[in-house]
Write a protein that binds this ligand. Structure first.
Ligand code: PHB
Ligand code: FE
Length: 347
């Protein structure tokens, strides 16, 4: 796409940004539509454009190209997760660092080659600003029939010239239980009636629910649900949901298939419990990308990802994974200052 420097806030763009927050902070800067029909976007000195197959990212000292489907799947998660914990690498070059209030957008910052050549680039934005731009990009670049959260087998194509949109898929409700799924007033259970059908790979998962016999007066405080049945009905992949919370301890199970579309760089320890099937994890040094480990997790396996690594998972078949997060906001500083170790337990 010829990134002409004609900046324009198109009407639909202005409306989208306005829906988010009508302040200067969230101003989305677009470049006129290219022959393939897609808008371009500017964020600080970064420029983003896409054509039928690829997304192009330019910054003052370099440029990068990614497959459009890989890019959109990563972008979808970065937006839906409010930039997640720590670093969301879209690949080995592009990504974001969450500082919980503002966000770094970087190119080559966590890549030894780009760093040594001194061609990496990083800019910081208020969360509302980068989020509005990313949401507008995701909306404009996601075609009808493409669902960035779905497995490759369960979605149409991301490729081709601009063809409609898929707002329902990209603005899905994110499950964030305050106490637990199934507690009155909290996130609900999934069923055929809520539109959550049992996934094709989980047809053998029993769907019975536990019986609850609460003492009179405790009906609102005693709850139980079948987590396997709940997960068997997930229509998305690589999208942890908070299904139970106890202070900062968040149980975030998810169903996985194909490849985690981001490479997650930790700012704290996180635990994985493989609930079914198998995931292969590539584990690299968080800052350089140097290979550290390959972890093969089979049903029943438990592991802790240290706070100084990044990881990407491969799930050959749809599988169930419990991600256990500690949301304590003091952890990143305690770990980066050396007051807490990068690993969770001494054995
Ligand atoms: C992770 O980065 O730890 C992660 C993200 C999404 C998942 C699973 C794990 O679905
Ligand atoms: Fe992670």
């Amino acid at each position: 796409m010829a990134t002409t420097d004609t900046e324009s806030k198109t009407t639909d763009q202005a409306t989208f940004a306005g829906d988010v927050e009508a302040t200067v902070d969230t101003q989305v800067v677009t470049v006129e539509r290219n022959p393939e029909g897609y808008l371009g976007f500017k964020l600080g000195e970064f420029e983003f454009s896409r054509d039928d197959y690829f997304v192009y990212i330019n910054w003052p000292t370099g440029s990068h190209v990614m497959s459009a489907d890989t890019f959109l799947k990563a972008l979808q998660r970065d937006v839906a997760w409010e930039f997640f914990y720590g670093i969301v690498n879209f690949d080995g070059v592009i990504g974001t660092v969450n500082h919980y209030g503002d966000v770094d957008l970087f190119a080559g910052r966590y890549n030894d080659g780009w760093r040594k050549a001194e061609l990496d680039h990083l800019e910081n934005f208020p969360t509302a600003h980068i989020k509005a731009t990313f949401e507008a990009m995701l909306d404009d670049w996601t075609n009808e029939g493409f669902d960035p959260f779905a497995s490759p087998d369960e979605t149409g194509t991301a490729f081709g010239p601009k063809n409609g949109s898929n707002k329902a898929a990209i603005t899905r409700h994110r499950v964030t239980a305050q106490r637990m799924v199934g507690v009155p007033g909290d996130e609900g259970l999934r069923s055929d009636d809520t539109g959550h059908l049992v996934n094709r790979h989980f047809l053998d998962v029993p769907q019975d629910e536990p019986e609850i016999h609460a003492e009179p007066g405790f009906e609102g405080d005693v709850a139980a649900f079948n987590l396997f049945a709940y997960l068997s009905r997930s229509d998305v992949t690589w999208n942890p949901s908070v299904v139970a919370a106890c202070k900062d301890s968040l149980a975030c199970p998810t169903t996985e298939e194909y490849i985690l579309p981001i490479i997650h760089g930790n700012d704290r320890v996180e635990w994985f419990v493989q609930l079914s099937d198998k995931i292969i994890w590539d584990v690299e040094d968080r800052d350089t990308g140097t290979v550290r480990a390959k972890v093969v997790m089979k049903a029943g396996d438990v592991c802790a990802m240290p706070a100084d690594i990044r990881h990407q998972g491969y799930s050959p078949k749809r599988s169930m994974l419990l991600v256990w997060e500690n949301a304590d906001s003091e952890l990143p500083a305690l770990i980066s200052s050396g007051k807490l170790p990068n690993y969770p337990v001494d054995l």
